[in-house]
Each structure stands twice: as C-alpha cells, then as structure tokens.
Design a protein around this ligand. Structure first.
Ligand SMILES: Nc1nc2c(ncn2[C@@H]2O[C@H](COP(=O)(O)OP(=O)(O)OP(=O)(O)O)[C@@H](O)[C@H]2O)c(=O)[nH]1
Ligand SMILES: [Mg+2]
Length: 708
C-alpha cells in the first residue's frame, strides 16, 4: 500500500501547560470543530462519572477533573491530519509531558489568561527546549474575570522567550471578550455569541477604530496599539528573509504568503514564537489556533531527523524522516488496559507492517508485531501498517519498554534516549486482603513498567514493598489505578522522603577476603578506588585490572557486588549514588578463588570504602512557588526560612504576590494546611523537585529519628 497522505500534510503536536490552563477543554473543542465529536463535554461536568471528555477518560481523571495520563487523538483539519496529545499539567505527572515532547514535532503551550506564566509552564517550556520542539503560545481564558493579556505577554517574553511575538490581539476581556485582531491576516474576527457553533464576522483592521470602547483601560490600549504591533510583527518576521525584508524596508511592500512562510521558518527554528489568544470555554479562537498549527508548526521531519546514538548516548548520526529508509521507531509509552498491553511508538523512518519482526535494539531482542492500531484516546482501530511520521500502538509486545529503540533487524540503530525524572517520595505498600497478596507484586510491577517515573523496591531488612514516585498524588493515583485497572487493592503507608547517600571523599583501599574452613577455602583480594562524581551521574564501574591479576571471569562478580551493595549506604541505609568504582588490582588463588569469593570481597570493599569516606546523606530540595495576597508575604517568607528553605525571588503576578524559593521536601509535608490557615484559604502553591543536596551533618540524626 502506498502512502495515503503526503508527510507534509501531517502535524504531530502536543498541548502542554500548567495544571488547569485549559488543555483538555481546548482538545475537546478541537475534536468538535474537526468533526470527530458531536458533543463537547466540560471537564468540570465529569465528576458524577456519567460523561467523560475524550482524553480524560480514566476514573481518576474524571473524579478529580484533572488530566493524569497523556492521551492521543487524531483528527483532520482542512485536509491535514493532526495527531494531538493532551498532556497533564500537574507536576507529579511530568513524565507524561516528557515522553510526549520526545516524540512530537511541535507544541501548543496554553496559558490561563488570568494567571499568566505558571511554574509548570516554565518546566514544560524547558523540556521542550531540551527536545528542540517548536512551539506557539495560546493565551486561553480571556473570558475570565481578571484576564490580563498585558501580564501574560510580559511573562511570556520575560520568563520564556524574548523571541515571542504577539500575532493576535484580544478584543476586550472578561465578559466583553468578543474576538481578536489577527495581525498576520490584517483582519479582526468578532464572534456573534459564546455558542460552540457561533459564526464570526471578519473585519479589516483599519475599520476597527471607533468600533469598541471597553470597560478596562488596558483592553482599549491594546486595540489602539494594533497598527504599531502589526508593524513590529512584520519587521520581526520579514527579517527572516533578506530579500523580503529589503523590499519591505525600501518600498513598504510584502507578499502575505512570504510573511506566513517567514513566521513558519522562524517558529520551526525557534527564532519566532507566535502568541495567540482565545477562550476555549467560550468557543473563541480554537479554529484560528488550528489554522496556526497548520501554518506554523512543522510536519514530521521538517525540523530535522532523529539523532542516532552509540550505547553511551553519544550522537553518531541522524536518520531523516522518510518511508524509503530502514524502519526506526521509538517506544514512548506502555499501557495495560482491557485490550492487553499497548505499546505506543513514534515511527521515524521506514514502513512497519503487521506481521513484521523488528529488533528491539536497546535490549538486543526480537519482537514480532502482531497487530498495529491507531489510538483515539480510549478506543483503538486496527491498521495494516505504520509509516515514517506516524504515532501508533503495537499490541501485546513482550520485551519492549518505554524508551526502547525498535527497528530493522538488518540495520539496527539506537535512537536518542528519553530522560526520566527522579522519584523523590516513597510509600510502603501492603496488600489489603489475603486475596491481594499474590497479585500485588505482579500488579505493581506492571504499573512501574508503564510509568518510568515510578520505582519499586523491596526493603531487604523489613521485607516491605516500597513504591517511589514524584509526589503524594502520583503514588495515590497509582495505587488507585491498580485497583480499577488490575483489580488489586493495596494500602499505602505514610509518604516518606527518598533520601540518598554519597561518598564524601575519594577512597582507595585493598580488601582481602580469606576463609579457611576444612576443605577448600575462599580467597579474593581487590584493590579499588571509589570516587565521588557530579550529581546525576549515577553509578559507574570501571575495570582497570591489567595483566590478568584478577581472572576475567571474576570481574563481573565485583561489579555486581558494587551495584547491588550500593543500594544500602552506610549513613542510614539509603541508596548510594553518583560515584565511580575503579577496580585497579587484586590477587587470586588457583584453587580457593571463586566468583562468590570475589563478590564477597567486592561487597565488603564497598561498605568499608563508603564508611570511611565521610559519607553524606542527600535530600531532595523542591522549588516552590507560592501565590497569595500581598498582606501575607511576610508570614510566607518567615515560614519558608523556618522550614530550612531559602527565598530566591519575590514578585508580583497581576494583583497577587509571589514567593519563589527552595525548601527540603522533608519540611514540606502538610504545607497546604499551613498555607490555607495562614492565608485564610487564599494562597496556592506548587512545588517540583529541583535537586538533591547534602543534609547538614548536625541534622542527620534528627531527620532519621523522624523517619523511624
Ligand atoms: N473561563 C474559562 N474557563 C476555562 C477555559 N478553558 C478551560 N476552562 C476551565 O478551567 C478548568 C480546567 O480546564 P482543563 O481543560 O481541565 O485544564 P487542563 O489544562 O486540561 O488541566 P490539567 O489537565 O489537569 O492540567 C475547567 O473547569 C475548565 O472548564 C476558558 O477558556 N475560560
Ligand atoms: Mg487536562
């Protein structure tokens, strides 16, 4: 079967933003206007469980009115196929944004017109920078009381990108919001009503003066600035094409198609970030936003191919996005539901057909593709093949996990990796009833496989099962989904901080393991150096033994000893991270040496080295942002200091005050209760993991006593 639609008519885009900005609400409109749906469901009308938006279909999403997992939908707009992923805004589910951005070609960043740039928007913006995803801004909720376009644009320019350019100007705000001036098309769109099927009047911009007088002075000021803003936009955009720019400067003329082409080029290279506006809830601006997706965001491959890497992650080449090339795809999500296991993949090159056998290059395994499906949020449709640029799911894969590279077995290649966030909080998990005992570990294992920001550990001493995640909500939702999706019930313990340990200084040592008991004895000697490494490096083992001083076959035992023994550090039994273990020399005995003897020596060497290195206890430090009325500012700052925190910034957000700072996670449990009572319920806060930092030695005992 030949390609049905040219690649140029595809857009794979994500909708990203802080929690509650209106991503799901916007997605519902997109599905309605593109004819995929006949009815719009509002996010706040799903709590009774009767109705559901297309993308927030999980029970946990409906009940809470928030998105928890990213959901993919596809639709058609003006002959273009748009594959869209609605992502969650809550910081606990950041992995969903992470993996979506990894495979998307462009993103629409949504803003709440009242709140402006919020912390999670900044985080997601940075992620999009890392993955080099072109994007545009959509200032939503212009109909809300307090909507402030000035404040939003200022925030976008100052905190996200100075290259952002206003392309649409809102006409009015709050209950007067009625449309927008499109600076590119040189016309304004004025809606007749708030109805989803309302039509709009198209008015040339030069006929706008005198048409409106809004209640808010700021709104009138924006309308007044339209000619000046259009001039700015033209200069910015046309500067991306030398000839067009000269023509414009000298003769004041330009070709509207060239203007669009310039904005497109700039958006794809990041030199130009369009700012649009609207109100998804009041059904204004969504169609225009879709037009902009087509006009300005790239088709698959337009922004370059995908990086090919060596096993160490070093980029060694690029694969262009095209059908006529070896098959290469990345698995970015695995879900278990009533259809069994669905593995979502983004195909970068080649054609993958039902029945093909692919190589899982990451795991060095073969994988047969039994069924391929197109996914529409919770529904699937079987298809015969997937081509370069497609986002599809493979059914019942056995070996493949999130982040794995799949491809042509004859031309295997690893694709650039995804990065997973560190879980910082943990709970003990116990089966609720006897019937759950046997099923719980399998179920937890499935949940963890589906979500790389979870980790599962069994405490060797207590035998307790410990689940680690990004936050309290993340863990709660995981346990609840295990009940609804896999039928296994479990109780969670109190949330605890995921502490870590590190080496305080480099240590060199020789450890000899010698045991003579009756017949054959045990003998192994290792000489090792343990060196602390920068944060985030993990654990590295390097074999530097020369001249066969330790036989080859025993070296993996030493490595295994180190990577397992480092799960329990010498300060308080937490995982030891960020060090390099170098095995530099050793001795063996022909008869008495064995893999076991070297493993025992390796473990003991690690313990002794860690103990004598002046080991450190590390704790997660959270970045927090508190938004409240100015009168509470002093109380909030004083409290941050009391929690061993540090205020790094204070500012104004609309008519509210903000406090930004860093506070250890161990001091943040129950913060919401404090904030509510300190601000009469009017303060809000967000926090996200920022980095690990050493616990002051004087506090280690106190913290550990509190953990006990
Ligand atoms: N007034 C107004 N409310 C809106 C608008 N868009 C969304 N909302 C409301 O804002 C709330 C959150 O909307 P969602 O669409 O769930 O936001 P989201 O960005 O998907 O949120 P998460 O997925 O949880 O991060 C809902 O109650 C919406 O009805 C808008 O344009 N105007
Ligand atoms: Mg949502």
């Amino acid at each position: 079967m030949a390609r049905q639609k040219p690649l140029k008519l595809y857009r794979n885009i994500g909708i990203i933003a802080h929690i509650d900005a209106g991503k799901t609400t916007t997605t519902e409109r997109v599905l309605y206007y593109t004819g995929k749906k006949h009815q719009i469901i509002e996010v706040h009308d799903t709590k009774d469980g009767k109705a559901s938006t297309t993308t927030d279909y999980l029970e946990q999403e409906r009940k809470r009115g928030i998105t928890i997992q990213s959901a993919a939908v596809s639709c058609e707009w003006k002959g273009y196929q748009i594959n869209l992923i609605d992502t969650p805004g809550h910081v606990d589910f950041t992995i969903e944004v992470n993996r979506s951005l990894r495979v998307l070609d462009g993103a629409v960043v949504v803003f709440d017109g009242v709140a402006g740039v919020e912390p999670q928007t900044e985080t997601n913006w940075r992620l999009a920078n890392q993955y080099n995803v072109p994007r545009m801004c959509y200032v939503n909720k212009m109909d809300r009381m307090g909507a402030n376009f000035t404040h939003c644009v200022k925030g976008i320019k100052e905190r996200l990108s100075p290259k952002s350019v206003v392309c649409q100007v809102p006409l009015g705000s709050y209950d007067e919001f009625c449309g927008m001036a499109d600076l590119v098309a040189n016309v304004a769109y004025i809606w007749q009503s708030d109805d989803k099927d309302s039509t709009w009047e198209t008015v040339p911009l030069d006929q706008l003066p005198g048409r409106f007088t809004f209640a808010a002075a700021g709104d009138n000021a924006w309308v007044k600035r339209i000619p000046e803003l259009r001039q700015e936009l033209l200069e910015h955009a046309l500067a991306l094409d030398e000839d067009a720019f000269m023509e414009f400067v000298e003769n004041g003329k330009f070709d509207p198609e060239v203007l669009k082409a310039c904005i497109r080029k700039g958006t794809i290279s990041g030199e130009f970030v369009p700012i649009l506006c609207g109100s998804s809830f009041k059904n204004k601006g969504v169609q225009q936003m879709l037009d902009a997706v087509i006009d300005y965001l790239p088709y698959p491959g337009e922004n370059g191919g995908i990086g090919l890497v060596d096993p160490d992650g070093k980029v060694i080449g690029t694969q262009e996005v095209k059908d006529d090339a070896p098959a290469r795809a990345l698995a970015f999500k695995v879900i278990n539901d009533q259809f069994g296991t669905l593995t979502f993949v983004r195909v970068y090159s080649g054609v993958i057909k039902k029945g093909d056998t692919l190589a899982n290059v990451t795991r060095n395994k073969k994988e047969r593709i039994g069924r391929i499906v197109e996914v529409q949020a919770s529904a699937t449709k079987d298809i015969e093949e997937a081509r370069a640029g497609d986002i599809v799911a493979f059914v019942s894969m056995k070996e493949t996990e999130t982040g794995d590279s799949l491809g042509d077995p004859d031309k295997p290649a690893l694709l650039e990796r995804m990065r997973f966030p560190d879980p910082v909080i943990s709970v003990s998990v116990e089966p609720k009833t006897r019937a759950d005992v046997d099923k719980m570990s399998t179920a937890l294992y499935k949940m963890v496989k589906a979500d790389p920001s979870l980790r599962l550990q069994v405490d060797q001493e207590t035998g307790q099962t410990v689940l680690k995640g990004m936050g309290e909500l993340h863990l709660e939702v995981t346990i609840d989904r295990m009940r609804t999706e896999l039928g296994v019930e479990a109780n969670m313990g109190r949330p605890r901080v995921s502490f870590r340990e590190a080496f305080g200084a480099p240590v060199e040592l020789v450890y000899t393991h010698k045991k003579q008991s009756g017949g054959s004895g045990q003998y192994a000697e290792v000489k090792m150096i343990f060196e602390p490494q920068p944060a985030g490096t993990g654990v590295e083992f390097s074999d530097e033994v020369v001249g066969g001083r330790i036989p080859r076959e025993f070296i993996p035992s030493v490595e295994h000893a180190v990577v397992t023994e480092c799960k329990r550090g010498q300060v308080a039994g937490y995982e030891v991270v960020d060090f390099k273990a170098r095995l530099i020399d050793g001795k063996y005995h022909d008869v008495d040496s064995s893999a076991l003897a070297f493993e025992i020596a390796g473990r003991a060497a690690f313990r002794e080295a860690h103990r004598s290195s002046r080991p450190k206890l590390l704790e997660p430090i959270m970045k927090i942002e508190v938004v409240t009325e100015g009168e509470y500012l002093g109380t909030i700052i004083g409290d941050v200091n009391r929690r061993r925190g540090q205020v790094t910034d204070q500012g104004q957000k609309g008519n509210q005050a903000t406090v930004v700072g860093f506070v250890p996670l161990s001091e943040m449990f129950g913060y919401i209760n404090f904030l509510r009572s300190a601000t009469s319920g009017r303060g809000t806060f967000t926090m996200e993991f920022d980095h690990y930092s050493e616990v002051p030695p004087g506090l280690v005992q106190k913290l550990m006593d509190a953990e006990a």
